[in-house]
Design a protein around this ligand. Structure first.
Ligand code: PLP
Length: 385
């Protein structure tokens, strides 16, 4: 089989070789518990603390503001649930219609528990409507949660502007930055927010490891109770190998952030231009907004995303439709629905998400193969004839 073309980096990225090399000795030899007081345990503790500094430095935080978790989903759950205790009398939450399911499912549960949830609308390019956003936040608002970059379209929100409105009302802000960290330069120290979720496997670190940034003096209750690890905010013996891998990934991606943006951005633009030129019924979703440089959400109007993905997979191209977890369902993505994209277009949307490991040759091959596959298919099925 010819080489796979991996265009599914928003689902997960390939760990950097240095990440794997750093993790193996931890698994093999540094197996002591980082909470143990003996020298062996303390050596392992040191590895965790170095990683904490590396992760903090990637986002402009102090290391004591980093709480390691089992990934983005846990960080988000901890942020949303943990901070509500700080404002027990407030029963209102504001978020957006285009959040990841890790946020939306918690919101659904909080609604069952009696919270009023408002979902800010987005425009046809997927940007949160800032005017509507500021009207939604009231003195009864206990928390707001907003995505930095959308996982399906790559559309980026203005965290300064949206966060500031909440800060003026003394409302804690959580940012789901899972798709932005490691791709965009981030300095949380200047952000008007208290909590930021991140996930190692989205920036060439290992799966099952993430972190929550908790600004100093933010009142937060743990979700997982146990041995008092992570400054009593997250119980449970740390996943040291994962944390070490995350730290290495953080420091390597921060060293190469701008070069990667340049390289991958060029590839993504070539891919988009090539596909738009050769498939007449194609359109970029979110194309009018600022987007993360690696993400291309393209619709082939009138076709079915799931069928396109199978064709691509058979040709060795890995892509997704919307969130990985919703692949396989025939519902158009909630993100494209919130953008009020016409159903015919939304049904034919696929996401091609690139990384530093992709090459010009892969993009050239995709630009040649995808239109051929689509035109063969439309000839057979009669679509667009
Ligand atoms: N938030 C966003 C925007 C995501 O894209 C993802 C993963 O796809 C998550 C949260 C969940 O992160 P994790 O896979 O680490 O649980």
């Amino acid at each position: 089989m010819s080489e796979l073309i991996y265009f599914d980096n928003n689902a997960s990225t390939k760990p950097l070789p240095e990440v794997v090399e750093a993790m193996v000795p931890v698994l093999r030899e540094q197996y002591a518990n980082p909470s143990s007081l003996h020298q062996f345990g303390q050596a392992v503790r040191h590895r965790v603390e170095v990683a904490r500094e590396q992760v903090a430095s990637l986002i402009g935080a102090e290391s004591r503001e980093i709480v390691f978790t089992s990934g983005g989903t846990e960080a988000i759950n901890l942020a949303l649930r943990g901070v509500l205790h700080g404002h027990p009398n407030r029963r209102h939450i504001v978020t957006t219609a285009v959040e990841h399911s890790a946020v939306l499912k918690v919101m659904e549960q909080l609604a069952h528990e009696g919270y009023r949830i408002d979902y800010a609308r987005v425009d046809s390019d997927g940007r949160v409507n800032a005017d509507q956003w500021s009207k939604l936040i009231t003195d009864d608002t206990a928390l707001v949660s907003i995505q930095h970059a959308n996982n399906e379209t790559g559309v980026v929100n203005d965290i300064f502007r949206l966060g500031e409105v909440a800060r003026e009302r003394d409302v804690p802000v959580h940012v789901d930055a899972v798709q932005a960290v490691g791709k965009l330069p981030i300095d949380v120290s200047g952000w008007p927010v208290q909590l930021v979720s991140l996930s190692a496997h989205k920036f060439h670190g290992p799966k099952g490891t993430g972190a929550l940034y908790v600004r100093r003096r933010t009142r937060i209750e743990p979700l997982i109770l146990g041995g008092g690890q992570e400054r009593r905010i997250r119980g449970g013996t740390e996943h040291v190998a994962g944390i070490v891998g995350m730290g290495v990934a953080a420091s390597l991606v921060s060293e190469t952030l701008l070069d990667t943006a340049e390289h991958v951005g060029r590839l993504r633009d070539t891919l988009e231009t090539g596909l738009l030129e050769s498939v007449p019924y194609s359109v970029i979703n979110g194309g009018g907004a600022e987007r993360v440089y690696n993400t291309c959400n393209i619709s082939f109007a009138g076709l079915e995303a799931e069928a396109i993905l199978i064709l691509l997979s058979e040709a060795g191209i890995c892509a997704s439709s919307g969130a990985a977890c919703s692949s396989g369902s025939l519902q158009p993505s909630h993100v494209l629905q919130a953008m009020k994209i016409d159903e015919r277009i939304a049904h034919g949307a696929i996401r091609l998400s690139l990384s530093r490991f992709n090459t010009e040759e892969e993009v050239d091959r995709a630009v040649q193969v995808i239109p051929e596959l689509l035109s063969r298919w439309t000839t057979v099925t009669g679509s667009h004839s």
